[in-house]
Write a protein that binds this ligand. Structure first.
Ligand code: 4AD
Ligand code: MG
Length: 463
């Protein structure tokens, strides 16, 4: 008999009275000498299917392998359930045990485990209701992202992961090399001889696909990237990963307002998609972790984001009278506490801050007339802080080149990027959404390590 997924069973009342075959992992078994109940989960939904063993037909010995974590297949008739908590159940007729899980050793027992404990068991935590729900939401959001851009005619551009240029200029990159670290080849003046390295020059894992994205946008019009990015910054916070996924749309002929409009429409689309398609999972997460979750998601959907300049934002922060851990004044980079104050306390709405001081933003942003600020835009969210960073790009060759000189960015690595401004340059804009920060927001989780299957953070590359 062909296996049917539990999600399909729960969605189709027409299956009641029919024989079904289900396969999955045992969550619990309980009962007495007359009847035994097994809660089975197959990963297709947060809901378990109840399997009933009539102990007139089975003996305890046949069921002894059914312990938490074991994998089994069952066939039997699907019937309406008398018990509370489920609509239907399967009356077991045949049982196949695929793999046992010794209760003395299997780490995920019936009781709820802390998220911290589960981080140490990241290889098994997808088997919990919580991580099943998070990972399904994550997958649905990834699909929604492609759907959003594909329906708008954006081209999905694949940008390289190995690169010789530092897009954000932050210098926090993971080097990629095949040189023997214990015996580095040296040049005559004692420096590492990268001509002997695999690519013949120093390379690193990318921090952003944006620069190549701009090459795509100035040819294809509107593109997006969606892939892993890497940052070697030593930020041990609940919002930073060393390896995270980023979505970077880049659009020719968009100014910063078009860019903000797209960003707002985009995140709202993703949130709505998750609410429409992952209701059970989001309800589960709300029930167990964050009773305000669904309200917060709906609230973001139904309100316009507030748009103001960095300068106006800093003024509000200065006048708030609040003691921040990091003092704030014009010119400082905003910390998460400042961003969250604006969003959660002052406006009580998502905020888009624009026109930041050029010193705290990357070289490629369009320079404003005032000579002090650039046409940057950061989207700030409740509980998260910065979820999106972007800008209108400097399209003028001379201005961009001057900024590159000013910042001493090595030109030999940038010649191809500058060609976009030398040949048929256009006004253009783009932004980057941190995928895990979106998943954090939609699932109501509070630590970014809990919304990616296998987190990479300083001192942690297990699994
Ligand atoms: O603000 P960032 O650094 O901007 C860029 O990389 C631009 N090249 C984007 C663009 O304009 N195309 O990063 C963009 C977003 C942030 O807003 C944040 O959501 C996320 O990426 N992000 C991180 N997420 C998890 N861990 C980290 N270490 C992150 N650093 C940035
Ligand atoms: Mg940023």
């Amino acid at each position: 008999m062909k296996r049917i997924k539990i999600s399909a069973i729960l969605a189709d009342a027409g299956l009641i009275g029919k024989d079904v075959c289900v396969k999955g992992w045992v969550r619990t078994r309980r009962g007495n000498k007359y009847v035994q109940f097994v809660a089975l989960n197959d990963g297709s939904t947060v809901k378990n299917l109840q399997i009933v063993f009539d102990m007139n037909k089975w003996n305890e010995d046949e069921l002894k392998a059914i312990t938490t974590g074991a994998s089994i297949g069952v066939t039997g008739k699907l019937v309406e359930s008398q018990g509370k908590g489920q609509t239907c159940e399967v009356q077991a007729e045949t049982l196949e045990v695929y793999g046992t899980a010794d209760p003395a050793e299997y780490p995920l027992q019936k009781k709820g485990h802390s998220l911290e404990f589960l981080r140490e068991k990241a290889h098994l935590r997808p088997r919990t209701n919580t991580f099943g729900a998070i990972l399904r939401v994550r997958s649905a959001l990834a699909y929604a992202i492609h759907k959003f851009f594909q329906e708008k005619g954006f081209v999905y551009l694949h940008t390289p992961l190995i690169t010789a240029s530092d897009c954000e200029g932050a210098g926090a990159m993971f080097q990629v090399t095949t040189l023997p670290l214990s015996k580095l080849p040296k040049t005559e003046n004692g420096e590492v001889d990268y001509s002997k390295d695999f690519f013949g020059k120093p390379t690193a894992l990318t921090v952003s696909g944006q620069l190549e994205g701009e090459l795509g946008a100035t040819a294809l019009g509107e593109i997006y990237t969606f892939g892993p990015t890497f940052r070697a910054e030593n930020s041990n916070t609940p919002r930073h990963l060393s390896e995270f996924w980023m979505i970077e749309p880049e659009m020719a002929f968009y100014d910063i307002t078009d860019n903000m409009d797209l960003a707002e429409e985009f995140v709202k689309y993703c949130i709505k998609y998750a609410l429409d398609h992952c209701r059970d999972d989001i309800e589960f997460l709300s029930e167990h972790f964050d009773p305000e979750l669904i309200n917060r998601l709906e609230f973001v959907l139904h309100n316009d984001f507030v748009r103001l300049t960095y300068t106006e934002g800093v003024k509000i922060l200065e006048e708030s009278g609040k003691k921040f851990e990091f003092p704030v004044h014009w010119g400082t980079d905003l910390q998460s506490e400042h961003e969250r104050y604006l969003v959660e306390q002052h406006f009580k709405k998502p905020v888009i801050l624009t026109d930041y001081p050029k010193e705290i933003k990357a070289f490629y942003m369009k320079q404003n007339e005032d000579g002090k600020t650039v046409r940057a835009m950061d989207v700030l969210f409740p509980n998260i802080g910065e979820i999106i960073g972007g800008s209108e790009r400097e399209a003028d060759f001379d201005k961009l080149n001057a900024r590159i000189q000013e910042l001493n960015i090595p030109m030999k690595d940038m010649w191809w990027y500058l060609d976009t401004r030398r040949f048929g340059t256009v006004p253009h804009s783009g932004f980057g959404l941190g995928f895990e920060r979106l998943v954090l927001f939609v699932t109501g989780m509070t630590n970014i390590r809990d919304v990616i299957p296998f987190p990479r953070t300083p001192n942690n590359a297990e699994f």
